[in-house]
Design a protein around this ligand. Structure first.
Ligand code: ZN
Length: 265
């Protein structure tokens, strides 16, 4: 059976530095950490390097979450260009931290719903070209989005993966649940089956509150989504995976996930 890693989104409370955050994650038996660049991409290069070697030494797999402002389907060329630049900045950050994947909320449908996937493909092709020129190795991870107005269903993401190299899905189980139809074991098996070629599946897991329009907010693990069902299906899929906990208590809930995955309790 392949490995399922688990860890929190964001540094644990009281972390004195990024490297200290990695140590705190490791100390409680977790093996992944998502660095949050969700409001801005700011880091001290020396401290990033410290975190990079700490993570390597302790076997903690790092990922990065890009800023929320990205919309590759914007009708404004300026917003589109800024969005591409945000992804590149997050990828430079990922390079500094040695993070393997950059999680991206790619787009909203807006008035350009029909051409949205094509616009995402065009933008990410440009981003990948620039990234290659700069030798930025991070994979671009397209997140399954929870609001019905947001671009990012599994079939849409698969379309982009077929067109742009270095793109993988990020499966947010709470978002799948919020967007509907409700996440049954059968539906999840089908979705993961369509992603069986993915060498390492990056995932987000939390509780979720939602309305007819989809996601409202993330909650504690166990609220609004049967996380045990999700983890059972993920484990049974045999895929190598990372589960980042994005609940309102990411450290505590990541440990609950870890315990369930490793001991079944
Ligand atoms: Zn996200």
């Amino acid at each position: 059976m392949r490995m399922i890693r688990t860890g929190p989104a964001g540094y644990p409370e009281g972390s004195r530095s990024p490297a200290d955050a990695v140590r705190k994650v490791k100390a409680v038996g977790l093996s992944a950490l998502e660095v949050q660049f969700v409001r801005n991409v700011l880091y001290n290069p020396a401290r990033a390097e410290e975190a990079r070697s700490e993570a390597k030494e302790s076997g903690v797999l790092l990922s990065v979450h890009a800023p929320y402002y990205i919309n590759l389907n914007s009708s404004s060329p300026e917003t589109k260009e800024k969005s591409e630049e945000w992804i590149l900045r997050a990828m430079r950050g990922a390079e500094a931290f040695g993070a393997w994947i950059v999680v991206v909320h790619a787009a909203t449908y807006g008035e350009e719903e029909k051409s949205s996937t094509k616009n995402v493909i065009d933008s990410l092709t440009r981003v990948r070209d620039t990234a290659d020129t700069e030798s930025l190795k991070a994979v671009i991870g397209l997140e399954t989005m929870g609001k019905k107005a947001a671009w990012g269903t599994v079939p849409e993401i698969l379309e982009v993966m077929n067109e742009v190299p270095g793109v993988l899905p990020v499966v947010d189980f709470a978002h799948l649940q919020a967007r509907g139809p409700p996440l049954s074991a059968e539906r999840l098996q089908f979705l993961l089956g369509s992603l069986s070629e993915v060498p390492r599946l990056h995932c987000h897991l939390s509780g979720i509150e939602f309305t007819a329009a989809g996601e409202r907010k993330h909650l504690r693990l166990g609220e609004g989504l049967d996380h045990k069902m999700v983890l059972d299906v993920l484990r049974d899929s045999g895929m190598e995976a990372t589960v980042i906990c994005e609940s309102t208590s990411p450290m505590e809930d990541a440990q609950i996930i870890q315990r369930y995955v490793s001991q079944g309790i």
